[in-house]
Design a protein around this ligand. Structure first.
Ligand code: BTN
Length: 317
Protein backbone atom coordinates (compact mmCIF):
# COMPACT_ATOMS: atom_id res chain seq x y z
CA UNK A 1 0.00 0.00 0.00
CA UNK A 2 2.80 2.38 0.90
CA UNK A 3 4.28 2.27 -2.63
CA UNK A 4 0.99 3.21 -4.33
CA UNK A 5 0.35 5.93 -1.78
CA UNK A 6 3.84 7.30 -2.29
CA UNK A 7 3.21 7.60 -6.04
CA UNK A 8 -0.10 9.32 -5.33
CA UNK A 9 1.32 11.55 -2.61
CA UNK A 10 1.81 14.52 -4.98
CA UNK A 11 -2.00 14.73 -5.30
CA UNK A 12 -1.71 14.74 -9.12
CA UNK A 13 -3.52 12.35 -11.44
CA UNK A 14 -1.83 9.03 -12.20
CA UNK A 15 -3.28 6.55 -14.68
CA UNK A 16 -3.78 2.96 -13.60
CA UNK A 17 -1.38 1.97 -16.36
CA UNK A 18 1.38 4.32 -15.16
CA UNK A 19 0.93 3.16 -11.55
CA UNK A 20 1.09 -0.47 -12.66
CA UNK A 21 4.22 0.16 -14.71
CA UNK A 22 5.96 2.01 -11.89
CA UNK A 23 5.21 -0.80 -9.45
CA UNK A 24 5.65 -3.71 -11.84
CA UNK A 25 2.12 -4.99 -11.23
CA UNK A 26 -1.05 -5.39 -13.31
CA UNK A 27 -3.80 -2.76 -13.45
CA UNK A 28 -6.06 -5.16 -11.57
CA UNK A 29 -3.50 -5.36 -8.78
CA UNK A 30 -3.25 -1.53 -8.75
CA UNK A 31 -7.02 -1.32 -8.44
CA UNK A 32 -6.99 -3.74 -5.49
CA UNK A 33 -4.41 -1.62 -3.68
CA UNK A 34 -6.36 1.56 -4.33
CA UNK A 35 -9.41 -0.10 -2.77
CA UNK A 36 -7.30 -0.98 0.27
CA UNK A 37 -6.18 2.63 0.58
CA UNK A 38 -9.80 3.75 0.47
CA UNK A 39 -10.79 1.13 3.02
CA UNK A 40 -8.08 2.48 5.33
CA UNK A 41 -9.75 5.90 5.19
CA UNK A 42 -7.99 7.88 2.43
CA UNK A 43 -10.28 9.16 -0.34
CA UNK A 44 -9.09 8.27 -3.85
CA UNK A 45 -10.68 10.27 -6.69
CA UNK A 46 -10.97 8.48 -9.97
CA UNK A 47 -11.70 10.32 -13.23
CA UNK A 48 -12.16 8.46 -16.48
CA UNK A 49 -9.31 9.16 -18.89
CA UNK A 50 -7.15 10.86 -16.25
CA UNK A 51 -6.67 8.24 -13.56
CA UNK A 52 -6.49 8.45 -9.81
CA UNK A 53 -5.51 11.11 -7.31
CA UNK A 54 -5.76 11.77 -3.59
CA UNK A 55 -7.30 15.12 -2.55
CA UNK A 56 -4.24 16.62 -0.84
CA UNK A 57 -0.48 16.10 -1.02
CA UNK A 58 0.97 13.81 1.65
CA UNK A 59 4.44 13.52 3.11
CA UNK A 60 4.86 9.90 4.15
CA UNK A 61 7.06 8.66 6.97
CA UNK A 62 10.48 7.71 5.64
CA UNK A 63 13.72 6.71 7.27
CA UNK A 64 15.79 8.95 4.96
CA UNK A 65 13.73 11.99 5.99
CA UNK A 66 13.94 11.04 9.68
CA UNK A 67 17.73 10.70 9.52
CA UNK A 68 18.05 13.96 7.57
CA UNK A 69 16.06 15.63 10.36
CA UNK A 70 18.51 14.34 12.95
CA UNK A 71 17.15 11.01 14.14
CA UNK A 72 20.16 9.62 16.04
CA UNK A 73 22.11 6.89 14.18
CA UNK A 74 22.02 4.53 17.16
CA UNK A 75 18.20 4.42 17.17
CA UNK A 76 16.94 1.54 14.99
CA UNK A 77 13.76 2.48 13.14
CA UNK A 78 10.94 0.35 11.79
CA UNK A 79 8.00 1.79 9.80
CA UNK A 80 5.24 -0.78 9.21
CA UNK A 81 2.55 0.80 7.03
CA UNK A 82 -0.17 -0.47 9.34
CA UNK A 83 -0.14 -2.26 12.65
CA UNK A 84 -2.52 -2.74 15.58
CA UNK A 85 -0.27 -0.91 18.09
CA UNK A 86 3.29 0.42 17.81
CA UNK A 87 3.77 -0.29 21.55
CA UNK A 88 2.93 -3.95 20.90
CA UNK A 89 5.32 -4.13 17.94
CA UNK A 90 8.13 -3.06 20.27
CA UNK A 91 7.00 -5.47 22.98
CA UNK A 92 7.27 -8.28 20.46
CA UNK A 93 10.67 -7.06 19.21
CA UNK A 94 11.94 -6.93 22.80
CA UNK A 95 10.75 -10.50 23.43
CA UNK A 96 12.77 -11.51 20.37
CA UNK A 97 15.88 -9.80 21.75
CA UNK A 98 15.91 -6.64 19.61
CA UNK A 99 18.71 -4.18 20.19
CA UNK A 100 17.60 -0.95 21.90
CA UNK A 101 17.07 1.97 21.56
CA UNK A 102 14.48 1.37 18.87
CA UNK A 103 11.70 3.40 17.32
CA UNK A 104 8.51 2.11 15.67
CA UNK A 105 6.20 4.44 13.77
CA UNK A 106 3.26 3.71 11.51
CA UNK A 107 0.92 5.42 9.05
CA UNK A 108 -2.08 3.49 10.28
CA UNK A 109 -2.48 2.24 13.83
CA UNK A 110 -5.60 0.11 13.88
CA UNK A 111 -5.96 -0.72 17.60
CA UNK A 112 -4.12 2.09 19.35
CA UNK A 113 -4.07 1.78 23.13
CA UNK A 114 -4.69 4.75 25.38
CA UNK A 115 -4.31 5.09 29.13
CA UNK A 116 -6.80 3.43 31.44
CA UNK A 117 -7.88 0.87 28.84
CA UNK A 118 -9.07 3.47 26.35
CA UNK A 119 -8.70 3.37 22.57
CA UNK A 120 -6.40 5.85 20.80
CA UNK A 121 -7.64 7.09 17.40
CA UNK A 122 -5.12 8.38 14.89
CA UNK A 123 -6.47 8.13 11.34
CA UNK A 124 -4.24 7.32 8.35
CA UNK A 125 -1.00 9.07 7.31
CA UNK A 126 -1.98 12.30 9.08
CA UNK A 127 -0.89 12.03 12.69
CA UNK A 128 1.99 10.68 14.74
CA UNK A 129 1.83 7.30 16.40
CA UNK A 130 5.27 6.41 17.67
CA UNK A 131 6.83 4.10 20.23
CA UNK A 132 10.37 4.35 21.48
CA UNK A 133 12.09 1.74 23.65
CA UNK A 134 15.11 2.11 25.90
CA UNK A 135 16.92 -0.38 28.09
CA UNK A 136 17.77 0.69 31.65
CA UNK A 137 20.53 -1.58 32.96
CA UNK A 138 19.94 -0.15 36.45
CA UNK A 139 16.52 -1.85 36.78
CA UNK A 140 13.07 -0.35 37.36
CA UNK A 141 14.07 1.89 40.29
CA UNK A 142 15.52 4.63 38.04
CA UNK A 143 12.43 5.16 35.87
CA UNK A 144 10.11 6.73 38.44
CA UNK A 145 8.68 9.92 36.96
CA UNK A 146 9.96 9.14 33.44
CA UNK A 147 6.53 9.62 31.85
CA UNK A 148 6.36 13.14 33.27
CA UNK A 149 9.76 13.99 31.80
CA UNK A 150 8.55 12.66 28.43
CA UNK A 151 5.72 15.19 28.68
CA UNK A 152 8.30 17.95 29.16
CA UNK A 153 10.18 16.79 26.03
CA UNK A 154 7.05 16.99 23.91
CA UNK A 155 5.81 20.29 25.35
CA UNK A 156 9.24 21.78 24.54
CA UNK A 157 9.22 20.42 20.97
CA UNK A 158 5.76 21.94 20.44
CA UNK A 159 6.82 25.26 21.93
CA UNK A 160 9.98 25.35 19.78
CA UNK A 161 7.84 24.75 16.68
CA UNK A 162 5.80 27.83 17.53
CA UNK A 163 2.75 26.36 19.30
CA UNK A 164 1.47 28.97 21.74
CA UNK A 165 0.96 27.82 25.32
CA UNK A 166 1.51 24.09 25.31
CA UNK A 167 0.81 22.72 28.77
CA UNK A 168 0.98 19.50 30.79
CA UNK A 169 -1.94 17.96 32.62
CA UNK A 170 -0.81 15.46 35.23
CA UNK A 171 0.38 12.86 34.73
CA UNK A 172 1.23 13.24 31.05
CA UNK A 173 -1.40 14.68 28.74
CA UNK A 174 -0.24 17.54 26.57
CA UNK A 175 -2.82 20.27 26.17
CA UNK A 176 -3.14 23.53 24.27
CA UNK A 177 -5.78 25.90 25.65
CA UNK A 178 -7.62 23.09 27.44
CA UNK A 179 -7.65 20.90 24.32
CA UNK A 180 -5.68 17.64 24.30
CA UNK A 181 -3.10 17.43 21.53
CA UNK A 182 -0.98 14.47 22.66
CA UNK A 183 -1.15 11.43 24.94
CA UNK A 184 1.61 9.24 26.33
CA UNK A 185 1.44 5.58 27.34
CA UNK A 186 4.45 4.02 29.05
CA UNK A 187 4.78 0.25 29.32
CA UNK A 188 7.50 -1.58 31.25
CA UNK A 189 9.08 -4.89 30.32
CA UNK A 190 11.19 -5.64 33.37
CA UNK A 191 13.07 -8.53 34.89
CA UNK A 192 15.16 -8.52 38.05
CA UNK A 193 18.09 -6.57 36.68
CA UNK A 194 17.15 -4.87 33.46
CA UNK A 195 14.15 -2.71 32.74
CA UNK A 196 13.01 -1.90 29.24
CA UNK A 197 10.58 0.94 28.85
CA UNK A 198 8.29 1.45 25.87
CA UNK A 199 7.26 5.07 25.49
CA UNK A 200 4.15 5.31 23.27
CA UNK A 201 3.20 8.74 21.95
CA UNK A 202 0.11 9.76 20.00
CA UNK A 203 0.33 13.32 18.66
CA UNK A 204 -2.40 14.93 16.59
CA UNK A 205 -0.88 16.61 13.54
CA UNK A 206 -3.79 16.95 11.12
CA UNK A 207 -6.93 15.37 12.44
CA UNK A 208 -9.76 14.29 10.18
CA UNK A 209 -13.48 14.79 10.87
CA UNK A 210 -13.89 10.97 11.15
CA UNK A 211 -11.21 10.87 13.81
CA UNK A 212 -12.64 13.84 15.71
CA UNK A 213 -16.08 12.21 15.76
CA UNK A 214 -14.66 9.27 17.74
CA UNK A 215 -13.09 11.32 20.54
CA UNK A 216 -15.11 12.30 23.60
CA UNK A 217 -13.07 15.24 24.87
CA UNK A 218 -11.96 18.63 23.50
CA UNK A 219 -8.88 18.17 21.36
CA UNK A 220 -6.71 19.96 18.87
CA UNK A 221 -3.89 19.34 16.39
CA UNK A 222 -0.65 20.94 15.20
CA UNK A 223 -2.04 22.09 11.86
CA UNK A 224 -4.71 24.25 13.45
CA UNK A 225 -2.26 25.64 16.03
CA UNK A 226 0.51 26.45 13.53
CA UNK A 227 -1.54 27.28 10.42
CA UNK A 228 0.63 24.89 8.40
CA UNK A 229 1.12 21.14 8.43
CA UNK A 230 4.57 20.24 9.72
CA UNK A 231 6.54 17.33 8.27
CA UNK A 232 5.87 14.49 10.71
CA UNK A 233 9.35 13.10 10.05
CA UNK A 234 10.90 16.26 11.51
CA UNK A 235 8.63 16.27 14.54
CA UNK A 236 9.36 12.59 15.25
CA UNK A 237 13.11 13.16 14.89
CA UNK A 238 12.99 16.08 17.33
CA UNK A 239 10.90 14.18 19.87
CA UNK A 240 13.21 11.14 19.61
CA UNK A 241 16.30 13.29 20.19
CA UNK A 242 14.62 14.62 23.33
CA UNK A 243 13.69 11.09 24.46
CA UNK A 244 17.27 9.91 24.10
CA UNK A 245 18.45 12.82 26.30
CA UNK A 246 15.78 12.11 28.93
CA UNK A 247 16.53 8.37 29.02
CA UNK A 248 20.25 9.08 29.38
CA UNK A 249 19.50 11.45 32.27
CA UNK A 250 17.30 8.86 34.02
CA UNK A 251 19.86 6.10 33.38
CA UNK A 252 22.50 8.24 35.08
CA UNK A 253 20.22 8.58 38.12
CA UNK A 254 19.24 12.24 37.67
CA UNK A 255 15.57 11.28 37.45
CA UNK A 256 12.55 13.55 37.54
CA UNK A 257 14.38 16.00 39.83
CA UNK A 258 16.17 17.30 36.72
CA UNK A 259 12.83 18.06 35.02
CA UNK A 260 10.82 19.13 38.06
CA UNK A 261 11.02 22.89 37.48
CA UNK A 262 10.37 22.55 33.75
CA UNK A 263 7.35 20.33 34.41
CA UNK A 264 5.93 22.87 36.88
CA UNK A 265 6.38 25.65 34.30
CA UNK A 266 4.06 23.75 31.92
CA UNK A 267 1.55 22.63 34.61
CA UNK A 268 -1.96 23.60 33.47
CA UNK A 269 -3.60 22.43 36.71
CA UNK A 270 -1.42 24.41 39.09
CA UNK A 271 -3.52 26.00 41.86
CA UNK A 272 -6.72 24.89 40.12
CA UNK A 273 -9.65 23.16 41.84
CA UNK A 274 -9.74 19.58 40.53
CA UNK A 275 -11.46 16.26 41.06
CA UNK A 276 -9.29 13.16 40.99
CA UNK A 277 -10.79 9.79 40.00
CA UNK A 278 -9.09 6.63 41.31
CA UNK A 279 -11.17 3.56 40.46
CA UNK A 280 -14.35 3.91 42.54
CA UNK A 281 -12.93 6.65 44.73
CA UNK A 282 -12.95 10.33 43.92
CA UNK A 283 -11.40 13.22 45.75
CA UNK A 284 -11.66 16.96 45.23
CA UNK A 285 -9.04 19.50 46.14
CA UNK A 286 -6.60 22.05 44.77
CA UNK A 287 -3.75 20.84 42.53
CA UNK A 288 -0.43 22.09 43.92
CA UNK A 289 2.04 20.78 41.34
CA UNK A 290 4.18 17.67 41.69
CA UNK A 291 6.61 16.45 44.34
CA UNK A 292 10.21 15.42 43.68
CA UNK A 293 9.06 11.90 42.65
CA UNK A 294 6.45 13.12 40.17
CA UNK A 295 3.41 12.51 42.42
CA UNK A 296 0.51 14.96 42.14
CA UNK A 297 0.21 17.18 45.23
CA UNK A 298 -3.49 17.48 45.99
CA UNK A 299 -4.45 19.87 48.76
CA UNK A 300 -7.56 18.77 50.65
CA UNK A 301 -8.96 19.75 54.06
CA UNK A 302 -6.69 17.06 55.54
CA UNK A 303 -3.57 18.62 54.05
CA UNK A 304 -1.46 17.61 51.04
CA UNK A 305 -2.21 14.15 49.61
CA UNK A 306 0.39 12.64 47.23
CA UNK A 307 -1.09 10.75 44.29
CA UNK A 308 0.96 8.28 42.26
CA UNK A 309 0.16 5.98 39.40
CA UNK A 310 -1.14 5.80 35.87
CA UNK A 311 -4.68 4.66 36.66
CA UNK A 312 -5.72 8.04 38.06
CA UNK A 313 -7.51 10.70 36.06
CA UNK A 314 -7.82 14.36 36.99
CA UNK A 315 -10.43 16.86 35.85
CA UNK A 316 -10.64 20.58 36.39
CA UNK A 317 -13.78 21.50 38.34
C1 BTN B 1 -3.54 8.44 26.30
O1 BTN B 1 -4.54 7.76 26.56
O2 BTN B 1 -3.53 9.66 26.44
C2 BTN B 1 -2.29 7.76 25.80
C3 BTN B 1 -2.33 7.53 24.33
C4 BTN B 1 -1.11 6.85 23.78
C5 BTN B 1 -1.26 6.49 22.33
C6 BTN B 1 0.02 6.00 21.71
S1 BTN B 1 -0.05 6.00 19.95
C7 BTN B 1 1.44 5.12 19.86
C8 BTN B 1 1.44 4.12 20.98
N1 BTN B 1 0.82 2.89 20.58
C9 BTN B 1 -0.30 2.62 21.24
O3 BTN B 1 -1.04 1.63 21.07
N2 BTN B 1 -0.56 3.63 22.11
C10 BTN B 1 0.49 4.61 22.09
Amino acid sequence: MREVLKLLSDSKFHSGEALGEALGITRAAVWKRLKKIEAAGIAVHSVKGRGYRIPEPLVLLEESRLRAAGLPDNVAVDIPFDTPSTNDVLKKKISLGAKLPALVITEHQTQGKGRRGRVWESGVAKNITMSFAWQFEQGPSVVEGLSLAVGVVIAKVLRDMGVTNPGLKWPNDIHVDNHKICGILLELVADQDVCRVIIGIGLNVESTPEQRAKVDQPWTDLTSRLAYTPDRNEVIANITKGLVDVCEAFASGEGIAKYHAQWQAFDVLFNQPVTVYMGNRQQSGIARGIDMNGALRLETEQGIELLHGGEISVRKQ
